[in-house]
Design a protein around this ligand. Structure first.
Ligand code: HEC
Length: 193
């Protein structure tokens, strides 16, 4: 294998480019790690002000104090979207479990979905009123009971009610466009038995 290593000059400085000719005759390119010093991203404010040692992999331990460490953890934990991403996945798994009549599997995902929703509300309590009224207080339990009973008709019926709760809350919270995601279209009905 032939390797050519060269420095490439860009506006930002020099970085190392390795171009290797593979056995098959094709070229692969790999950009090697930069020789520039590590630095904090400009996209997150206050990082440089929050520590005395140079930026490194010690992104938490290297911070000046616990105030800054917790602030960084908050940034890392993100907002509602972090949990909704997972809720979307589990929602689809529940739909499939109902199609397959896999009640234990469906119950597992439906329970985790509620837990993770509460984590979102811990971080964004402004969403708690709608979330509890429209979904968590009573509506969530409808499907939980149907799954527990292994009742196909009730599970299908209540799943569609849950879907409606997701959709209505997205509208109420000003995120109507979320409802255009394929997952809501794909779960709008169940195939005939
Ligand atoms: C509080 C009412 C509320 C309920 C109930 C709700 N959502 Fe959401 N959902 C939101 C909000 C608000 C966002 C946007 C969050 C953001 O971007 O910060 C969102 C975003 C999403 C996203 C996009 C996440 C991403 O990748 O950025 C998905 C997927 C989603 N919701 C699925 C669901 C499903 C499935 C249900 C029902 C099981 C549901 N949601 C119920 C409020 C809700």
């Amino acid at each position: 294998m032939t390797s050519v290593v060269k420095y490439v000059l860009t506006a930002a400085g020099a970085f190392l480019l390795t171009v290797a000719l593979t056995a098959g005759g094709g070229w692969t390119e790999a950009v090697a790690q930069t020789s520039e010093p590590s630095r904090f991203p400009t996209g997150i404010q206050g990082l440089a002000d929050g520590q005395d040692e140079p930026p490194s992999n010690r992104w938490l331990l290297g911070a000046r104090d616990d105030e800054e460490r917790f602030r960084r953890l908050q940034v890392y934990a993100g907002g509602t979207d972090q949990q909704m991403w997972q809720i979307g996945y589990r929602y689809e798994q529940v739909y499939q479990a109902i199609v397959d009549e896999e009640w234990e599997l469906g119950g597992h995902h439906w329970g985790k979905l509620r837990n993770v929703f509460n984590v979102a509300l811990m971080k964004r309590p402004n969403r708690t009123p709608n979330a509890e009224r429209m979904f968590l207080d009573d509506t969530w339990q409808l499907l939980a009971s149907a799954l527990e009973a292994g009742d196909t008709a009730a599970a299908r019926d209540t799943f569609l009610q849950e879907r409606q709760a997701c959709i209505v809350c997205h509208v109420a919270e000003g995120y109507e466009f979320i409802n255009d995601a394929p997952m809501f279209e794909e779960t709008a009905a169940f195939p005939a038995n």
